[in-house]
Design a protein around this ligand. Sequence first.
Ligand code: 13P
Ligand code: SF4
Length: 336
Amino acid sequence: MEFSQEVKKATDPIYKKISKVMPEIEWSIHAPYIHKINKLKKEKNAVILAHNYQTPEIYHGIADFSADSLALAVEASKTSADIIVMAGVHFMAETAKLMSPNKKVLLPDMKAGCSLSSSITGKDVRLLKEKYPGVPVVSYVNTSADVKAETDVCCTSANAVKIVKSLGVKEVIFLPDDYLAKYVASQTDIKIISWKGICIVHDQFNEKEINNIRKNNPGIKIIAHPECQQSLLDLADFIGSTSKLLKYSQTSDCSKFIVLTEPGIIHQMKISMPSKTYLEVPGLDGCSCNECPYMRLNTLEKVLNCLTHMKPELQMDKEIRKKAYLPIKRMLDMSK
Ligand code: 13P
Ligand code: SF4
């Protein structure tokens, strides 16, 4: 596609915002897609919801709303658009469908899964419920609709502790993230029965490397997503959802941070606070391999394709949808 004068004029204001994190040569490849997608969006009354880990060209170029999983779910229920394109992963598109069943929900690449979501099935939850009768099931939103359909209440990284505490019980089944379950347990007196799911991204951070960076950067603050394991969370100055990490990095007095979450979030930090420094940590094998392979499946080309052909469209069984909506609705009511 051509980087014409028309495209340049229409997209220059966007490039101004992100020029600090993207060379002009790269922009000239993205800009024609961005221009076309933004025109198509209007024609088709579509909205693009993007998760905080998306690349700068998606996040700043075409997204109408970008946030963490909790805010994306809320936004999906509020939008007046006919079509929702989820620039995120499959469970986020499913959640959007649960919130807005009459809208067409498109996911640019149906293979955009999640290691947590694929670690457990609805059948596994039924077996757990047989083993622990009467114990409420709290499922992380990073689960399939099948799992949510067997769940009492959902939670996200932004409200997990609050949801578990507000159940007012002595014991809960918390799934599927074993690390998040341990984090919740560390913040409450409630007995947590967990599942052995992990996020393949947050499991990669190299503790030795973190300590080295800290030694060489006195005063640096460590900010971490609660999907990290406890030994890393113990090092953190602040723990929160992707949106909370972003906000903290903007409002904190500190000017240097080690960011323990998917590095896709760092471009926004750099754009909103250019005077601050945000450091990534190499993966366990010493290379920088903490990118989420599923989130990275979203590209401008795939978004353009799905808006042009109105597929791939997320499909969901009606009965599952009705059941899976309830724990999401409970979560939103409880987190008000
Ligand atoms: P947030 O809800 O914090 O955005 O996290 C979603 C996720 O998949 C993190 O890996
Ligand atoms: Fe799933 Fe981890 Fe990717 Fe988030 S970063 S979508 S939890 S695999």
